[in-house]
Design a protein around this ligand. Sequence first.
Ligand code: ZN
Length: 421
Amino acid sequence: MGPAAATARPRVRVRGDGVLRSITTIGADAVPQSDLTAPLRLVTVIRPYDWGSVSALPELFGTEPTGEPQAELWMGAHPGAPSLAGGVPLNELIARDPVAALGERTAARFGAALPYLLKVLAIERPLSLQVHPTAEQARAGYAAETARGIPLDDFARTYKDASHKPEMVCAVTPFHGLCGFRDPAATADLLDGLGVPGLAPWIATLRGAEPARAVREVFAAMLDDAARPLRAEIERALLDRHDGDQAVYGDIARAYPGDPGIAAALLLNHVSLRPGEALYLGAGVPHAYLGGIGVEIMANSDNVLRCGLTSKHVDVPELMRVVDFAPSEPFLVEPAHEGAYAYRPPAAEFGLTRYELTGEEAAVLPGGVPQIVLCVEGEGRLGDELTLRPGQSAFVPAAVPSMLLSGKGTIYRAQPGDFTM
Ligand SMILES: [Zn+2]
């Protein structure tokens, strides 16, 4: 590779705990070689989004708070913030030898890219109200925006890649959020309880029309500019709700004054997860995480359509096209208990296993698939070579034969899902 072909490489500032604190891009320098026959410790990025908790990750991982929010710890090969493995961005390392890194089957199915992205979320205040596209919608949307010449890093760009983004969050602490449209009759009761007379037509629609049509009509009306005065009344009514069913919507109103998403959030189910419980979100299901620490796994994509509770790009027309308006119950993923807890959501890109190690027995990790192993609490050892402490993670290339995971504590392991069907 000549100098002209060398790629820009991240310069990193790494603390002793292996967690990356900041990242800047500089010119080419020597590329260290990495061996794909042993697990590789990851150097990871924590993203400082404003909804993140300043203290939750430092407390969980035993690190010093930085004074900044620490919202999302990313582990994976997403080009936006790849982890470093052996000093090399993981996406680059995989691209150099996809078969050794991913295994033949995964590389044949997903190309030279890790199919999933693993995160730890530490949520202090609500995240944006959002929905993710289907695979076809993502391909079409990405192609259309590319054809219109909208740069990938443009604020107004909606589709950042051509992939869908199914996701699953597994609660580490009590965790809660909004997910899927509530049965419209129950939403009508909730709106009734606000005591805002102007809501009567929406309440009538929710009680009278066919459920998906009722939800679509009221959701669209709530986000329309014409509803601004009514939204202000809803917000005023919610501001002093601190208890009961409406408290959670009160918290949202207090966190995002003036945001159109406050009214729309009232249409969604509120779901609470206990530690170890997991929620799956397929395409078209509207959601907003509200609080807690969770391990999240998703397809390696950044395609998010937002309609509120955010300062990021909002694309209501596209969101209206992508949202599934049929009311639905939250999709909880019950883990199979096979010594460890195996979560198998209906996504080809990812599966997640949680180990509660007692120090007495070791677990056997399979070979032949690309895995990321994350320690959340206690200590985990991969073979004899690598010890992981809270917040630390490793990439296990597919070329590594089956190996032992031992130690004492809570360890998560990500791998591709079952795509044999
Ligand atoms: Zn999401």
